[in-house]
Every structure is written in structure tokens, then in C-alpha cells.
Design a protein around this ligand. Sequence first.
Ligand code: 5GP
Ligand code: MG
Length: 177
Amino acid sequence: MRTLITEKELNAGVNRLAAEINAEYGQRPLTVLGVLTGSVVLLADLIRKLNMPLRVGVLQARSYQGATTTPGSLHIDADMMPDIHDRDVLIVDDIFDTGRTLLGVLNHLDSLKPKSVKTLVLLNKQGRKEVEVEPDFYGFSIPDQFVVGYGLDYQDHYRNLPFVAALEPKEIDQLLS
Ligand code: 5GP
Ligand code: MG
């Protein structure tokens, strides 16, 4: 495992993101929606640095992969989400990879008629984008590598690492065997 972003760098990145969000919204009330589960660490760190009247909610986005389902088909569970009608909404996710998750979430929220929706991710992976949308705010641009830590998992492990690390392909094979 190779550290890609240290705890100190993450802290500085989240501070910078929070400053951008504070500048963008000022004292306008904001609803922050974390995409489960990967966003939880970022969500907890980020919201404590935001200064406007804030509501926090979560939703879950899962892409089904495998022979029995359409590859990339996205299931969104928004049962735990607060009402966002006529609200300014900021979606928070761990990583932008192909962008399909964020696009799916945006399409879903659109039907609920919020006043505005913007998106924030911690990591923006380069060279994998398959959709037209891009995150409005992101913490770090990273190369096309599989990363874990600071909320990001490999088969539900490593979310608790306080740094972001790249998992080498041979380590992934070892964990699978
Ligand atoms: P997208 O829909 O943009 O292709 O992928 C977004 C989701 O895929 C993320 O929310 C995350 O759950 C997962 N993902 C994409 N790349 C990585 C990665 O490098 N590491 C981990 N742990 N998850 C990833
Ligand atoms: Mg995710």
C-alpha cells in the first residue's frame, strides 16, 4: 500500500474546500447530502467547517455489477433524505471516477425540484470520465489508480485509514484469494 495523500494534506484540502463552499453560499441555508458510504469521513470533517445554516442528509447510491444485472445500472436509495424542494443542495461524495454515480444522483435529485444542486468530491480520478458532468468542487486530482482510506473501501475494509493510499494490483489479488 502506498500513501498517496497524507493526513495533513487531506486536512488542508478539506479546509480549502470548506472555504470555497463558505465563499459560494455565504449565509444562504444549505442542505448537504452525503452519498453513502464512502463520503462519511469527508462529510464529518467538511460540515464542521461550514458557516451557513446547515441541514445534513444522506442517500445511498449503489451500482450493480455482475452477470445478472445491467453493468453500471445504478440504484439510489433516498429514503433517509430530507425534503430538498426549493433548497440549495450540495452533494458530497468520495470520488469521481466514471461520473456515473454523480450523474445518477443528479438526475434523481432533479425530479425533487431543488432550487440548485452542486457537487463536491474529495478525489477526481483522471482519464476515466464517461459522462458530461464534472464535479463543481474537488479536493485532489489523482491518477487512474484504485485508492482506499478516508472513507474509501476495498470490499468494506480500509475506510478508517486517516490517509488515502493506492492499492497495488498484487495486493488486491492477495486480498481476494
Ligand atoms: P463512478 O460512478 O464515478 O464511476 O464511481 C464512483 C464510485 O465508485 C465511488 O463512489 C466509489 O464508491 C467507487 N470508486 C471509484 N473509484 C474508486 C477507487 O479508486 N477506490 C474506491 N475505494 N472506490 C472507488
Ligand atoms: Mg461510493
